[in-house]
Design a protein around this ligand. Structure first.
Ligand code: FAD
Length: 375
Protein backbone atom coordinates (compact mmCIF):
# COMPACT_ATOMS: atom_id res chain seq x y z
CA UNK A 1 0.00 0.00 0.00
CA UNK A 2 1.27 3.47 -0.91
CA UNK A 3 1.01 6.13 1.80
CA UNK A 4 2.56 9.19 0.23
CA UNK A 5 -0.10 9.41 -2.45
CA UNK A 6 -0.15 13.20 -2.66
CA UNK A 7 3.60 13.82 -2.56
CA UNK A 8 3.40 15.09 0.97
CA UNK A 9 6.41 17.01 2.30
CA UNK A 10 5.83 15.79 5.85
CA UNK A 11 4.40 12.85 7.69
CA UNK A 12 3.37 14.06 11.14
CA UNK A 13 2.82 11.42 13.81
CA UNK A 14 0.35 12.73 16.39
CA UNK A 15 -2.38 15.39 16.08
CA UNK A 16 -1.60 17.00 19.43
CA UNK A 17 -0.45 20.62 19.69
CA UNK A 18 3.12 19.96 18.57
CA UNK A 19 2.13 18.09 15.40
CA UNK A 20 -0.81 20.37 14.60
CA UNK A 21 1.19 23.59 14.94
CA UNK A 22 3.92 22.13 12.75
CA UNK A 23 1.41 21.21 10.03
CA UNK A 24 -0.32 24.60 10.23
CA UNK A 25 2.91 26.55 9.92
CA UNK A 26 4.29 24.27 7.20
CA UNK A 27 1.11 24.91 5.19
CA UNK A 28 1.80 28.65 5.42
CA UNK A 29 5.08 27.85 3.63
CA UNK A 30 3.18 25.92 0.95
CA UNK A 31 4.19 22.51 2.36
CA UNK A 32 1.83 19.56 2.35
CA UNK A 33 1.44 17.33 5.45
CA UNK A 34 -0.25 14.07 6.28
CA UNK A 35 -1.01 13.73 10.00
CA UNK A 36 -1.64 10.26 11.39
CA UNK A 37 -3.15 9.96 14.85
CA UNK A 38 -3.73 6.72 16.71
CA UNK A 39 -6.63 8.08 18.74
CA UNK A 40 -10.06 8.72 17.24
CA UNK A 41 -9.71 12.50 17.55
CA UNK A 42 -7.38 15.46 17.05
CA UNK A 43 -5.98 17.70 19.80
CA UNK A 44 -3.87 15.18 21.76
CA UNK A 45 -4.27 15.62 25.50
CA UNK A 46 -5.81 19.06 24.96
CA UNK A 47 -8.93 17.44 23.47
CA UNK A 48 -12.27 18.60 24.91
CA UNK A 49 -15.87 17.76 24.03
CA UNK A 50 -19.19 19.42 24.82
CA UNK A 51 -21.76 17.55 26.90
CA UNK A 52 -25.00 19.07 28.30
CA UNK A 53 -23.66 22.47 27.21
CA UNK A 54 -20.49 22.04 29.29
CA UNK A 55 -16.94 21.78 27.91
CA UNK A 56 -15.37 18.62 29.36
CA UNK A 57 -11.58 18.17 29.18
CA UNK A 58 -11.10 14.48 28.38
CA UNK A 59 -7.51 14.26 29.63
CA UNK A 60 -7.69 16.23 32.87
CA UNK A 61 -8.03 19.94 33.63
CA UNK A 62 -6.16 22.07 31.10
CA UNK A 63 -5.63 25.70 31.98
CA UNK A 64 -3.55 27.72 29.55
CA UNK A 65 -1.12 29.93 31.45
CA UNK A 66 1.98 31.67 30.24
CA UNK A 67 4.25 34.70 30.41
CA UNK A 68 5.19 34.21 26.79
CA UNK A 69 3.35 36.97 24.90
CA UNK A 70 4.27 35.50 21.51
CA UNK A 71 2.66 32.16 22.44
CA UNK A 72 -0.36 33.87 23.98
CA UNK A 73 -0.94 35.97 20.85
CA UNK A 74 -0.44 32.87 18.72
CA UNK A 75 -3.06 30.76 20.51
CA UNK A 76 -5.47 33.71 20.59
CA UNK A 77 -5.65 33.63 16.76
CA UNK A 78 -7.61 30.40 17.07
CA UNK A 79 -9.84 31.06 20.06
CA UNK A 80 -11.06 33.58 22.57
CA UNK A 81 -10.21 32.81 26.21
CA UNK A 82 -12.75 33.14 29.00
CA UNK A 83 -10.64 34.79 31.71
CA UNK A 84 -10.76 31.75 34.00
CA UNK A 85 -8.29 31.98 36.90
CA UNK A 86 -7.40 28.69 38.56
CA UNK A 87 -8.08 28.73 42.31
CA UNK A 88 -7.68 25.28 43.78
CA UNK A 89 -9.11 24.11 47.11
CA UNK A 90 -7.48 21.28 49.08
CA UNK A 91 -9.58 18.83 51.10
CA UNK A 92 -7.59 17.07 53.83
CA UNK A 93 -9.89 14.67 55.68
CA UNK A 94 -12.71 17.21 55.52
CA UNK A 95 -10.58 20.25 56.40
CA UNK A 96 -10.56 22.79 53.55
CA UNK A 97 -7.55 24.93 52.58
CA UNK A 98 -6.81 27.32 49.75
CA UNK A 99 -3.92 26.53 47.43
CA UNK A 100 -1.26 27.45 46.49
CA UNK A 101 0.21 28.09 49.94
CA UNK A 102 -0.70 31.68 50.73
CA UNK A 103 -2.01 33.85 53.56
CA UNK A 104 -5.45 32.23 53.28
CA UNK A 105 -3.89 28.78 53.75
CA UNK A 106 -1.80 29.99 56.70
CA UNK A 107 -4.86 31.57 58.33
CA UNK A 108 -6.87 28.36 57.85
CA UNK A 109 -3.98 26.20 59.14
CA UNK A 110 -2.81 28.30 62.12
CA UNK A 111 -5.09 31.33 62.51
CA UNK A 112 -2.19 33.68 61.70
CA UNK A 113 -3.29 36.99 60.18
CA UNK A 114 -0.18 38.85 59.04
CA UNK A 115 2.75 37.93 56.78
CA UNK A 116 5.14 38.32 59.75
CA UNK A 117 3.15 35.85 61.88
CA UNK A 118 3.02 33.37 59.00
CA UNK A 119 6.75 33.66 58.26
CA UNK A 120 7.55 33.19 61.97
CA UNK A 121 5.36 30.07 62.18
CA UNK A 122 7.02 28.53 59.14
CA UNK A 123 10.50 29.39 60.44
CA UNK A 124 9.65 27.77 63.83
CA UNK A 125 8.46 24.57 62.17
CA UNK A 126 11.49 24.38 59.91
CA UNK A 127 13.80 24.81 62.91
CA UNK A 128 11.88 22.25 65.02
CA UNK A 129 12.17 19.65 62.24
CA UNK A 130 15.94 19.92 62.67
CA UNK A 131 16.85 18.90 59.15
CA UNK A 132 20.47 19.82 58.56
CA UNK A 133 22.61 19.60 55.46
CA UNK A 134 21.33 18.81 52.00
CA UNK A 135 17.81 17.23 52.10
CA UNK A 136 18.11 13.53 51.28
CA UNK A 137 14.64 13.04 49.83
CA UNK A 138 11.39 14.82 48.98
CA UNK A 139 10.11 14.59 52.55
CA UNK A 140 13.14 16.37 54.00
CA UNK A 141 13.14 18.87 51.17
CA UNK A 142 9.46 19.78 51.71
CA UNK A 143 9.74 20.04 55.50
CA UNK A 144 12.84 22.20 55.22
CA UNK A 145 10.97 24.55 52.88
CA UNK A 146 7.52 24.79 54.51
CA UNK A 147 7.50 23.03 57.88
CA UNK A 148 5.70 19.94 59.14
CA UNK A 149 1.99 20.95 59.22
CA UNK A 150 1.68 21.91 55.58
CA UNK A 151 3.90 19.03 54.56
CA UNK A 152 1.88 16.40 56.39
CA UNK A 153 -1.58 17.73 55.48
CA UNK A 154 -1.16 19.17 52.01
CA UNK A 155 1.92 17.61 50.39
CA UNK A 156 2.69 14.12 51.69
CA UNK A 157 -0.43 12.11 50.80
CA UNK A 158 -1.00 13.88 47.49
CA UNK A 159 2.59 13.41 46.33
CA UNK A 160 2.73 9.78 47.40
CA UNK A 161 -0.48 9.02 45.48
CA UNK A 162 0.73 10.96 42.46
CA UNK A 163 4.08 9.15 42.21
CA UNK A 164 3.15 5.80 43.76
CA UNK A 165 6.11 5.95 46.15
CA UNK A 166 6.78 7.11 49.71
CA UNK A 167 7.87 10.74 49.96
CA UNK A 168 10.94 9.53 51.87
CA UNK A 169 11.87 7.44 48.80
CA UNK A 170 11.28 10.17 46.22
CA UNK A 171 14.18 12.36 45.08
CA UNK A 172 14.26 15.86 46.58
CA UNK A 173 14.61 17.58 43.18
CA UNK A 174 10.91 16.95 42.40
CA UNK A 175 10.15 19.94 44.62
CA UNK A 176 13.18 22.21 44.30
CA UNK A 177 11.00 25.14 45.22
CA UNK A 178 7.52 25.43 46.70
CA UNK A 179 5.35 28.39 45.86
CA UNK A 180 4.84 30.26 49.14
CA UNK A 181 2.99 33.55 49.00
CA UNK A 182 2.68 35.98 51.87
CA UNK A 183 -0.37 37.62 50.27
CA UNK A 184 -4.06 36.68 50.26
CA UNK A 185 -3.87 35.47 46.65
CA UNK A 186 -5.40 32.14 45.59
CA UNK A 187 -4.39 32.36 41.92
CA UNK A 188 -2.69 29.01 41.34
CA UNK A 189 -0.36 30.39 38.68
CA UNK A 190 1.98 33.39 38.65
CA UNK A 191 1.74 33.91 34.91
CA UNK A 192 0.44 37.08 33.32
CA UNK A 193 -1.87 35.36 30.80
CA UNK A 194 -4.32 32.65 31.81
CA UNK A 195 -7.63 31.12 30.74
CA UNK A 196 -9.63 28.37 29.10
CA UNK A 197 -10.98 28.69 25.53
CA UNK A 198 -14.63 29.83 25.43
CA UNK A 199 -15.62 26.89 23.19
CA UNK A 200 -13.14 24.32 24.50
CA UNK A 201 -9.74 23.40 23.09
CA UNK A 202 -10.77 21.19 20.16
CA UNK A 203 -11.89 24.17 18.03
CA UNK A 204 -8.28 25.41 18.08
CA UNK A 205 -7.27 22.23 16.26
CA UNK A 206 -10.25 22.31 13.87
CA UNK A 207 -9.05 25.74 12.77
CA UNK A 208 -5.33 24.93 12.72
CA UNK A 209 -5.82 21.88 10.54
CA UNK A 210 -8.40 23.40 8.20
CA UNK A 211 -6.18 23.65 5.10
CA UNK A 212 -6.08 22.05 1.68
CA UNK A 213 -2.44 21.26 2.37
CA UNK A 214 -3.20 19.18 5.50
CA UNK A 215 -4.81 15.75 5.62
CA UNK A 216 -5.58 14.01 8.91
CA UNK A 217 -6.12 10.29 9.37
CA UNK A 218 -7.33 9.24 12.83
CA UNK A 219 -7.24 5.70 14.29
CA UNK A 220 -3.91 5.10 12.54
CA UNK A 221 -0.86 3.91 14.49
CA UNK A 222 2.53 4.78 13.02
CA UNK A 223 3.90 1.43 14.18
CA UNK A 224 1.46 -0.50 12.00
CA UNK A 225 3.62 0.54 9.00
CA UNK A 226 6.70 2.25 10.42
CA UNK A 227 9.20 1.14 7.78
CA UNK A 228 6.97 2.10 4.84
CA UNK A 229 6.27 5.53 6.32
CA UNK A 230 9.97 6.13 6.86
CA UNK A 231 10.81 5.07 3.33
CA UNK A 232 8.07 6.97 1.53
CA UNK A 233 8.06 10.35 3.27
CA UNK A 234 10.88 12.88 2.81
CA UNK A 235 10.56 14.04 6.44
CA UNK A 236 8.79 12.74 9.54
CA UNK A 237 7.76 14.78 12.58
CA UNK A 238 7.32 12.24 15.36
CA UNK A 239 5.50 13.18 18.60
CA UNK A 240 5.05 9.66 20.01
CA UNK A 241 7.19 7.89 22.62
CA UNK A 242 10.89 8.01 21.81
CA UNK A 243 11.65 4.57 23.31
CA UNK A 244 8.83 2.97 21.30
CA UNK A 245 10.29 4.45 18.09
CA UNK A 246 13.50 2.52 18.78
CA UNK A 247 11.63 -0.63 19.76
CA UNK A 248 12.57 -0.20 23.46
CA UNK A 249 16.04 -1.50 22.61
CA UNK A 250 17.66 -0.07 25.76
CA UNK A 251 14.59 -0.77 27.93
CA UNK A 252 11.39 1.13 28.77
CA UNK A 253 11.28 4.72 29.95
CA UNK A 254 9.03 4.98 32.98
CA UNK A 255 5.86 7.09 33.23
CA UNK A 256 3.03 7.70 35.65
CA UNK A 257 -0.42 7.34 34.27
CA UNK A 258 -3.85 8.52 35.41
CA UNK A 259 -7.36 7.25 34.92
CA UNK A 260 -10.46 9.41 34.80
CA UNK A 261 -13.97 8.62 36.04
CA UNK A 262 -16.83 10.98 35.22
CA UNK A 263 -20.35 11.31 36.58
CA UNK A 264 -23.27 13.56 35.63
CA UNK A 265 -25.65 15.02 38.21
CA UNK A 266 -28.96 16.88 37.99
CA UNK A 267 -27.52 19.96 39.65
CA UNK A 268 -25.91 23.29 38.85
CA UNK A 269 -23.26 22.96 41.49
CA UNK A 270 -21.91 19.84 43.11
CA UNK A 271 -18.62 20.84 44.75
CA UNK A 272 -18.54 24.64 44.45
CA UNK A 273 -15.16 24.86 42.74
CA UNK A 274 -13.52 23.84 39.45
CA UNK A 275 -10.77 21.78 41.12
CA UNK A 276 -10.58 20.22 44.58
CA UNK A 277 -7.41 18.32 45.50
CA UNK A 278 -7.75 15.43 47.97
CA UNK A 279 -4.48 15.55 49.83
CA UNK A 280 -4.81 12.63 52.26
CA UNK A 281 -3.26 9.25 51.42
CA UNK A 282 -6.47 7.22 51.84
CA UNK A 283 -8.71 8.84 49.16
CA UNK A 284 -7.70 6.98 45.99
CA UNK A 285 -8.07 9.98 43.67
CA UNK A 286 -5.95 13.14 43.71
CA UNK A 287 -8.33 15.69 42.20
CA UNK A 288 -11.97 16.20 41.37
CA UNK A 289 -12.90 18.59 38.56
CA UNK A 290 -16.36 20.10 38.11
CA UNK A 291 -16.28 21.27 34.51
CA UNK A 292 -19.02 23.89 34.61
CA UNK A 293 -16.94 26.00 36.99
CA UNK A 294 -14.24 26.45 34.31
CA UNK A 295 -16.76 28.45 32.30
CA UNK A 296 -19.37 30.76 33.78
CA UNK A 297 -21.39 30.52 30.54
CA UNK A 298 -21.95 26.73 30.72
CA UNK A 299 -25.59 25.68 30.30
CA UNK A 300 -27.54 25.18 33.52
CA UNK A 301 -29.42 22.04 34.64
CA UNK A 302 -26.70 19.41 34.82
CA UNK A 303 -23.19 19.18 36.11
CA UNK A 304 -20.34 16.81 35.24
CA UNK A 305 -17.56 15.91 37.63
CA UNK A 306 -14.41 13.90 36.87
CA UNK A 307 -12.19 12.16 39.42
CA UNK A 308 -8.50 11.71 38.57
CA UNK A 309 -6.92 8.49 39.86
CA UNK A 310 -3.14 8.12 39.57
CA UNK A 311 -1.96 4.70 38.44
CA UNK A 312 1.14 2.81 37.41
CA UNK A 313 1.95 2.94 33.75
CA UNK A 314 2.36 -0.04 31.44
CA UNK A 315 2.20 -0.26 27.65
CA UNK A 316 -1.59 -0.67 27.69
CA UNK A 317 -2.07 2.71 29.45
CA UNK A 318 -1.63 6.34 28.44
CA UNK A 319 1.79 7.72 29.33
CA UNK A 320 1.19 11.06 31.06
CA UNK A 321 4.02 12.07 33.35
CA UNK A 322 7.67 11.17 32.65
CA UNK A 323 9.55 10.00 35.77
CA UNK A 324 12.64 12.15 35.35
CA UNK A 325 14.84 10.39 37.91
CA UNK A 326 18.46 9.46 37.24
CA UNK A 327 17.76 6.04 35.72
CA UNK A 328 15.23 7.41 33.27
CA UNK A 329 17.24 10.55 32.44
CA UNK A 330 20.28 8.39 31.61
CA UNK A 331 18.14 6.07 29.52
CA UNK A 332 16.57 8.99 27.68
CA UNK A 333 20.05 10.31 26.80
CA UNK A 334 20.82 7.00 25.09
CA UNK A 335 17.64 7.22 23.02
CA UNK A 336 18.34 10.88 22.31
CA UNK A 337 21.70 9.91 20.79
CA UNK A 338 19.95 7.50 18.43
CA UNK A 339 17.35 10.14 17.62
CA UNK A 340 20.05 12.65 16.66
CA UNK A 341 21.30 10.21 14.04
CA UNK A 342 17.87 9.92 12.35
CA UNK A 343 18.35 12.51 9.65
CA UNK A 344 14.82 12.66 8.36
CA UNK A 345 12.97 12.31 11.67
CA UNK A 346 12.38 15.23 14.04
CA UNK A 347 11.37 14.13 17.56
CA UNK A 348 9.04 16.66 19.18
CA UNK A 349 6.53 17.21 21.97
CA UNK A 350 6.34 15.72 25.44
CA UNK A 351 6.66 12.05 24.44
CA UNK A 352 9.30 12.64 21.76
CA UNK A 353 11.43 14.55 24.27
CA UNK A 354 10.43 12.65 27.43
CA UNK A 355 9.68 15.95 29.18
CA UNK A 356 6.70 17.22 31.13
CA UNK A 357 5.68 20.23 29.05
CA UNK A 358 2.88 22.64 29.77
CA UNK A 359 0.89 23.67 26.72
CA UNK A 360 2.66 27.01 26.33
CA UNK A 361 6.02 25.21 26.34
CA UNK A 362 4.86 22.82 23.63
CA UNK A 363 3.54 25.73 21.56
CA UNK A 364 6.85 27.51 21.98
CA UNK A 365 8.89 24.40 21.10
CA UNK A 366 6.80 23.72 17.97
CA UNK A 367 7.05 27.34 16.80
CA UNK A 368 10.84 27.27 17.33
CA UNK A 369 11.16 23.99 15.41
CA UNK A 370 9.16 25.40 12.50
CA UNK A 371 11.19 28.62 12.47
CA UNK A 372 14.37 26.54 12.26
CA UNK A 373 12.93 24.32 9.54
CA UNK A 374 12.06 27.28 7.33
CA UNK A 375 14.94 29.62 8.17
P1 FAD B 1 0.05 15.16 23.04
O1 FAD B 1 -0.97 16.20 23.33
O2 FAD B 1 0.10 13.97 23.91
O3 FAD B 1 -0.12 14.69 21.51
C1 FAD B 1 0.61 13.61 20.98
C2 FAD B 1 -0.34 12.82 20.09
O4 FAD B 1 0.42 11.81 19.40
C3 FAD B 1 -1.42 12.08 20.87
O5 FAD B 1 -2.69 12.45 20.36
C4 FAD B 1 -1.11 10.61 20.62
O6 FAD B 1 -2.28 9.80 20.53
C5 FAD B 1 -0.37 10.66 19.29
N1 FAD B 1 0.51 9.51 19.09
C6 FAD B 1 1.43 9.02 19.94
N2 FAD B 1 2.01 7.92 19.43
C7 FAD B 1 1.45 7.71 18.22
C8 FAD B 1 1.62 6.70 17.23
N3 FAD B 1 2.47 5.70 17.40
N4 FAD B 1 0.88 6.79 16.10
C9 FAD B 1 -0.02 7.79 15.92
N5 FAD B 1 -0.23 8.76 16.85
C10 FAD B 1 0.50 8.72 17.98
N6 FAD B 1 -0.64 21.87 30.33
C11 FAD B 1 -0.95 23.15 30.67
O7 FAD B 1 -0.38 24.09 30.11
N7 FAD B 1 -1.91 23.43 31.60
C12 FAD B 1 -2.60 22.45 32.25
O8 FAD B 1 -3.46 22.73 33.09
C13 FAD B 1 -2.27 21.07 31.94
N8 FAD B 1 -2.90 20.07 32.56
C14 FAD B 1 -2.57 18.77 32.25
C15 FAD B 1 -3.23 17.74 32.94
C16 FAD B 1 -2.91 16.41 32.67
C17 FAD B 1 -3.60 15.30 33.42
C18 FAD B 1 -1.91 16.12 31.70
C19 FAD B 1 -1.52 14.70 31.41
C20 FAD B 1 -1.27 17.14 31.00
C21 FAD B 1 -1.58 18.48 31.28
N9 FAD B 1 -0.97 19.54 30.59
C22 FAD B 1 -1.27 20.84 30.93
C23 FAD B 1 0.07 19.28 29.55
C24 FAD B 1 -0.48 19.23 28.10
O9 FAD B 1 -1.42 18.18 27.99
C25 FAD B 1 0.70 19.00 27.16
O10 FAD B 1 1.58 20.10 27.23
C26 FAD B 1 0.36 18.83 25.68
O11 FAD B 1 -0.76 18.04 25.45
C27 FAD B 1 1.56 18.19 24.98
O12 FAD B 1 1.39 18.24 23.59
P2 FAD B 1 2.11 17.18 22.62
O13 FAD B 1 1.72 17.55 21.23
O14 FAD B 1 3.54 17.10 22.94
O15 FAD B 1 1.52 15.77 23.06
Amino acid sequence: MKFNTKNYDYLIVGAGPYGSIFAHEAAKHGKRSLIIEKRSHIGGNMYTHKEHGINVHDFGAHIFHTDNKEVWDYVNQFTEFNGYINQVVANYKGELYNLPFNMNTFYQMWGVKTPEEAAAKIADQKAAAGISGIPKNLEEQAISLIGTDIYSKLIKGYTEKQWGRKASELPSFIIRRLPVRYTFDNNYFNHRYQGVPVDGYTVIFDKMLNSELIDVQTNIDFFANKEEYLTEFPKVIYTGMIDAFFDYQFGELEYRSVRFESETFESDNKQGNAVINYTDAETPYTRVMEWRHFDKKADKGKTIITKEYPQNWDRTKEAYYPVNDKRNSDLFKKYRKLADKQEKVLFGGRLGNYQYYDMDQVFNAALKAVAKEFS
